[in-house]
Each structure stands twice: as structure tokens, then as C-alpha cells.
Write a protein that binds this ligand. Structure first.
Ligand code: GLU
Length: 503
């Protein structure tokens, strides 16, 4: 690659960042890092009507939480700044004018009512109204009116937009890294508005002017922008600018059935579609986030990387650095990627195992009032014993409460299975054995009790099941000897006493 790799993630702050947006940001990040390039955040906020308070901060926080921070962006290395389009307003008009001068764009004065009339009229005839070469001379614009008429209208302060003059009878040959060569017949394209009557550029103009000024080498974005590619190509050509390379990422599909995963699916289907929790500033409604639901950022990143990309091997576990090394756009698929909420749980379970126990213990401690007074080191040891069965920190209490509090009842089914006529007698002996143990280690406990069981030919289940029930309240949990060692001699004896009394 000759040119420096500079890619941008260019969200519009119209609400919380959807999981698909995070995937786009991630692929941009990975591509930039892989090629020692620069990952840029640009806020595309030219549509003032759709601006949502707090959305920009949310985007930045989400990227930071995912550990994919931008290199350049609002308030950071503003080499080509500002990076918010609303602060670049003054820049765009001159480019629209340049296109008019070069004959690639024109003023259009048609009112909203006129356009609406044509639209409905066409619809009634089963056709679609397209504003382009075949009808523009019959509409009100600087191609159909005389120079004087145009000047008079502008001087009178009439509202106008600036439209791109899409050519007739041309075949455009576009290139997309993921989709290959694409041919488009310009006759089906409409003369898109580049500049609006409110003095703001549309997405199309601002987007390509900024990509040019910010020296973007590759445009990596969602498939929903593919229909804009023909116009963008034509704009580059019209300006005489070098075209960046394009890669349109596959859609993210619902877990089942047809259609793409939408912002509303999360609440409907019971899993988050946002990286962080989001409270809508107007309605006050809160949507769940992966972070607050207990997912690790590494798990989410690993999961998202596989939404449309694969390494071509069986390996599924990749940390960010490994992803950076393995990633390339050549291995991104065209076909939509199905979103599987169970798969991200699977990744989370994996990343739970490699998390540092100290950090997990802190998170666990902060999540339960029962643990406030408990020694952090003890909690850490408990975490080490139960985490292989956990997917979330939120699972820890169910898996480990008996390390902190004695059972208050015994599982009914388990009691039937574990408590027999001779259980009280057996447990009394076990109690004495434990009581008489001086060197209280897991190994000694194990040797003593197992030795006694073997030499008396009792059967392991007859001893171990009631013992577990006494300690846990159910027939679950890690190794019995680990539990005894952790809760200590006195507590163990008390729990055995309690179950003997209950029989
Ligand atoms: N502002 C567009 C968005 O919201 C950017 C699309 C692009 O990357 O060109 O996704």
C-alpha cells in the first residue's frame, strides 16, 4: 500500500450507537492498525433535526469501553479539524459552487408542494418520480430557466437547493473491495440534493468533501450506504479528486427470520443491541447495554469481529492484538451476518476464564451487600473456584453463596436422594474426623475422610452427598473439600450439626 492508510468512522449523533455501528468502527480500527494507519472519528451532524443530546458522548464512551479509541477526532489530534461537520458548515458552500461553475450541479427552485405533486401523480400512474435528465428541463432550475430568471430568483431570496447533474446514458464502473466490480447505468440515478435550502450541505456533499480534506484512503462502512456509492464516485470525478477505496460491510441480520437487526429488536428479542446502556433524553426510556449486562469488552469485540469476517481457520478466540494481525478486508463476506446472542455469551464465558480474579472479585464484592464486610482475598479465592461455571459476574452469587452464608434450607429432591436412615450416624463420625484434624488442609481433609470411607467400605455417595447437602443446601458446587477448607472447621461442624438436627 503506497498511500498512508487513513480511515474514518463517521456516525451521525442521532441516538445511541447501534451494535452494527460498533462493528463498523471495529473493522475501521482493525484495518487502520493492521496497516499502521490512522483511525478517525468524524461526527456527521449536518441534519440538525435529528440531533440527539448526549449521542456524541455516548459514541466516544462506547469506543473507549471497547478499547478501540480513535487517533484523530473531536478534541483529539485535530490535525484536519474540526471533526464535527456542524463546525465545518462554512466550508461546504464553496464546493457546491465549484460544481455549479464546472457544470456538474445546478440550482433548483421547485417547492416542496410541486415535488410532492409530481411524486403523487407518478405514484397514481404506478411510476416513480425521479428528478433527473429526463424531466429536469420541465422543472424549475438553472438548467431550465434563463440566467436572468435564476439571478432574479436568488436576489429575491427564493429558496433553492443545489442538485448534482447526473449524466445521461453513461455506464459507471465502480469498485468495492468486498463486492468487486459494480456497473451502474446513470439513467436510473436521480439528481441528488447536495446543498439544502437551510444553508447546510446534505450527507453526500459533506461526506465526500470531508473524506477528501481529511485525506481518507479507505471508506469502510455499512452496506446501507452502497446505493450512495455511484453518486460519491461521480462527485470525486466531478471535483477531479482521487477516489478513496471503498468497502461496504455486510448487513447484520436478526437472529432468526428475515431482515436486518434493528434498534428495536433488542427490547423485543431480549438482548441488548447497544454497547452501553442508553437513556433517551426525551422519553426517559432506558435501553440495555452489553457493558451493564455484564459482558466483557474483549468478548464483545471478538464476537463482533466474526460478524461478517472470518480468519479462514478454525480459531475463534482472538484478542484485539490477534485480530489486528489476522484481519483483512479480503476475508470480509458479502452475505449478511446473522446475529447470535448465544454466541456472545459463549465468548463471555471464555473471557471470564482469562480475566484477572482480583478484578472479578472486586466486581463481585461491589455487586452484593452481603460481601461488603468480607475479606477481598477470600472473595478472590471463591471466584477462582466457581468461575469456570460462570458466564457473568452476576452468576457468582448463585454459584457461591454457601461460601459466605450457611444454607437456610435443603433442596427437597436432593434431600430425598442424600438423606438415609444411617446418615445421622455417618455424619456424626465425619464431624469427629474433621474436628480432630490438626493440620487443616484440603489434602489432609481429603485423605482422612476418603481413607475412612474406603477402610469402612461405606460407599462414597452415602458420605459425600449428605456432607455436600449440609454445606451447600443442594447437590451442587465445587469440590466438597475445597468448600470445607474455605469456610473453616467451626463453620463446617456447625453446618453438619444443623443437618443432623433436621433429619
Ligand atoms: N453519517 C453516515 C452514518 O451515519 C456515514 C456513512 C459513511 O460512512 O459514509 O453512518
Amino acid at each position: 500500500m503506497t498511500k498512508d492508510v487513513r480511515v474514518r468512522f463517521a456516525p451521525s449523533p442521532t441516538g445511541p450507537l447501534h451494535i452494527g455501528g460498533v462493528r463498523t468502527a471495529l473493522f475501521n480500527y482493525l484495518f487502520a492498525k493492521k496497516h499502521n494507519g490512522t483511525f478517525i472519528l468524524r461526527i456527521e451532524d449536518t441534519d440538525q433535526n435529528r440531533y440527539v443530546e448526549g449521542a456524541e458522548d455516548y459514541i466516544v464512551e462506547s469506543l473507549n469501553w471497547c478499547n478501540i479509541p480513535f487517533d484523530e477526532g473531536p478534541n483529539k489530534n485535530e490535525k484536519f479539524g474540526p471533526y464535527r461537520q456542524s463546525e465545518r458548515k462554512h466550508l461546504y458552500k464553496q464546493y457546491a459552487n465549484e460544481l455549479i461553475e464546472k457544470g456538474h450541479a445546478y440550482y433548483a427552485f421547485d417547492t416542496a408542494e410541486t415535488l410532492d405533486f409530481h411524486r403523487k401523480d407518478h405514484e397514481a400512474k404506478g411510476k416513480t418520480f425521479i428528478y433527473n435528465w429526463h424531466n429536469r428541463l420541465k422543472l424549475s432550475n438553472s438548467l431550465s430557466l434563463t440566467k436572468e430568471e435564476v439571478k432574479a430568483k436568488i436576489d429575491a431570496g427564493d429558496n433553492y437547493v443545489i442538485r448534482f447533474k447526473s449524466p445521461q446514458d453513461e455506464i459507471l464502473r465502480l469498485k468495492d473491495i468486498i463486492r468487486g466490480d459494480i456497473k451502474i447505468d446513470t439513467n436510473v440515478l436521480d439528481d441528488k440534493v447536495l446543498f439544502k435550502s437551510d444553508g447546510m450541505p446534505t450527507y453526500h456533499l459533506a461526506n465526500i468533501v470531508d473524506d477528501h480534506l481529511m485525506e481518507i484512503s479507505h471508506v469502510i462502512r455499512g452496506e446501507e450506504w452502497l446505493p450512495s456509492l455511484a453518486l460519491h464516485y461521480q462527485l470525486y470525478t466531478a471535483f477531479g479528486w482521487e477516489t478513496p477505496q471503498f468497502a461496504h460491510l455486510p448487513l447484520i441480520l436478526k437472529p432468526t427470520g428475515k431482515g436486518k437487526l434493528s434498534k428495536r429488536d433488542g427490547d423485543k428479542l431480549g438482548f441488548p443491541v447497544f454497547p452501553l446502556e442508553w437513556t433517551d433524553p426525551k422519553s426517559g426510556d432506558t435501553s440495555r447495554g452489553y457493558k451493564e449486562d455484564g459482558y466483557f469488552a474483549d468478548a464483545m469485540i471478538n464476537f463482533l469481529a466474526f460478524l461478517g469476517w472470518n480468519p479462514g481457520t478454525e480459531q475463534e478466540i482472538f484478542n484485539l492484538e490477534e485480530l489486528t494481525n489476522a484481519f483483512d478486508l479480503d476475508r470480509v463476506n458479502k452475505a449478511g451476518a446473522r446475529f447470535d446472542p448465544d454466541k456472545i455469551k459463549w465468548f463471555n464465558h471464555h473471557y471470564m476464564q482469562v480475566q484477572d480474579n482480583n478484578g472479578l472479585a472486586d466486581a463481585f464484592k461491589n455487586s452484593r451487600t452481603e460481601l461488603i464486610e468480607i475479606d477481598s482475598q477470600y472473595i478472590e479465592m471463591v471466584v477462582a473456584l466457581v468461575k469456570e461455571r460462570a458466564t457473568f459476574v452476576g452468576d457468582f452469587w448463585d454459584l457461591s453463596h454457601f461460601f459466605f452464608v450457611a444454607p437456610i434450607s435443603y433442596d427437597e429432591k436432593a434431600s430425598k436422594k442424600a438423606l438415609k436412615e444411617d446418615t445421622a450416624e455417618i455424619l456424626t463420625t465425619v464431624k469427629d474426623l474433621i474436628d480432630s484434624l490438626e493440620d487443616f488442609t484440603v489434602e489432609n481433609l481429603q485423605n482422612t475422610i476418603k481413607g475412612w470411607i474406603t477402610s469402612n467400605e461405606i460407599g462414597f455417595g452415602k458420605v459425600m452427598m449428605p456432607l455436600r447437602l449440609a454445606l451447600v443446601g443442594a447437590l451442587q458446587g465445587p469440590d466438597v473439600f475445597d468448600i470445607i477448607f474455605m469456610i473453616g472447621k467451626t463453620e463446617t461442624l456447625n453446618r453438619i450439626d444443623a443437618i443432623i438436627k433436621s433429619i
